[in-house]
Write a protein that binds this ligand. Structure first.
Ligand code: FAD
Ligand code: NA
Length: 389
């Protein structure tokens, strides 16, 4: 096998490691992915009917305050000046999110200044002051008061978890941001934008190197292909970005995830909702939000008589579902510690990315941690000066 390094998974973590190893060290890198496309969950495709770019695994907004990551990603793509904002539709009315002075004044039909609004929320949150909230419902009330919590958070959270918040652990939320200004910019990072010619063009450029060989439709656990676990581990170094529990055959039990279902539809209008993301926080609507993809790229020429929307539904992942967000129960955290020990003992295999570490990672975090893994662990090993563990 004429390969110096195997990378399992072509998401942003795997692609970053592969690109670094090929470009910095001139290594021959094989990247495998069990899906039929590269890019992991950041992958996007143009809707065949309208040409509108659709993020297949949910809306992806790039943002970072990490200058090193920003410089790195700009080698592969330029970014638009898109600024993300989210709105929420509650009882037939649309409010700005995250909860800010505009939301508060609209909700209470008032014209409070920041200090008055702060005092009001403090008073409403005082309902459960001094108590130790035992579930998410009480925690939410204690953080922002019952009226805002029940309107914008309670049922939304219930739909996300398919569980009544009074039966969810309080620690799922540590804070609920309330802004006492009219600023409804969603992210606070220094840099924000969308790749000018789309996510897939960006991701393909990362893999575009004579030393990088990409094998799609190739599962690491399929023994019939040459880059399988038994065919590679112990022979060549492996960076594994698939689910850590799967690698060890669920020896310590499965880690639990939430998954999402997406319902895509082309509608015969040039504009369905006037913005890219609308939350639906009420209990009588089964989905949590609607994405309208044309609004991510107002600078593009898209059809004026059709639009693509995607409704998002959330639930616990079962066998065979795509794992999206770690549930992170006490049992999960216990298991994760066991898997970390096993991963450390697995010689010449490094575990990374959101599935390999069981952590929600934004794109900039996945890229940043891949760069660190390359610099601190892979490069010293591949240069012959350190073991790989
Ligand atoms: P992934 O992208 O999941 O890539 C892992 C790859 O490994 C996959 O392609 C998978 O097919 C492959 N793989 C797994 N098992 C095997 C196997 N056995 N054999 C071969 N290949 C295998 N980040 C942001 O910065 N902004 C956002 O707005 C944003 N929105 C998101 C919305 C959703 C719904 C989700 C789920 C994530 C979002 N993210 C967002 C996070 C972003 O998707 C991750 O940062 C990124 O996917 C992490 O890359 P990764 O390489 O770690 O994992
Ligand atoms: Na290891």
């Amino acid at each position: 096998m004429n390969t110096d390094l195997l990378v399992v998974g072509s998401g942003l973590f795997g692609l970053t490691v592969a690109e670094r190893a090929a470009n910095e060290l001139g290594l021959k890198v094989a990247v495998i992915d069990r899906r039929s496309h590269l890019g992991g969950n950041a992958y996007s495709e143009n809707d065949p009917e309208t040409g509108i770019e659709v993020h297949r695994y949910g809306a992806h907004l790039f943002h970072t305050s990490n200058e090193r990551v920003w410089d790195y990603v700009n080698r592969f793509t330029r970014f638009t000046d898109y600024v993300h904002r989210v709105y929420t539709r509650h009882r037939g009315e649309v409010f700005p999110m995250p909860i800010n002075l505009g939301t508060i004044n609209q909700f209470f039909r008032a014209a409070y200044g920041p200090d008055e609004a702060r005092a009001l929320i403090r008073e409403q949150a005082g309902e459960l002051a001094g108590t130790d909230p035992q579930n998410l419902n009480d925690k939410g009330i204690q953080l922002i008061g019952r009226p805002l919590y029940e309107a914008f958070i309670k049922h939304y959270t219930a739909k996300q978890w398919q569980t009544d918040p009074s039966e969810l652990p309080a620690e799922i939320i540590s804070r609920l941001p309330v802004r006492y200004t009219y600023d409804n910019r969603y992210f606070n990072d220094t840099h924000e934008g969308l790749p000018v010619d789309g996510y897939t063009a960006w991701l393909e450029r990362m893999a575009d190197h004579p030393n990088i060989e990409l094998h799609l439709d190739t599962d690491f656990f399929d023994e019939s292909q040459p880059y399988s676990k038994s065919g590679t581990v112990g022979r060549i170094p492996v960076v594994y970005t698939g689910p850590v529990d799967r690698y060890f055959d669920y020896a310590e039990g499965p880690l639990s995830w939430r998954t999402l279902d997406f319902e895509r539809e082309v509608l015969p209008t040039g504009d369905f909702q006037g913005t890219s993301v609308m939350n639906y926080p009420d209990e009588d609507v089964p989905f949590t939000r609607i994405h309208e993809f044309r609004h991510f790229h107002p600078e593009r020429e898209y059809p004026r008589d059709r639009t693509v929307i995607m409704r998002e539904f959330s639930r616990f992942a079962g066998n065979g579902d795509e794992p999206y967000y770690p549930v992170n129960t006490a049992a999960d955290r216990e298991r994760l510690l066991q898997y970390r020990t096993l991963a450390k003992q697995e010689r010449n295999v490094l575990f990374g990315g959101r599935l390999g570490t069981y952590k929600y990672l934004d794109m900039h975090m996945a890229i940043g941690s891949a760069i660190s893994m390359f610099d601190n662990r892979l490069q010293p090993f591949l240069a012959g000066s350190a073991p790989l563990e």
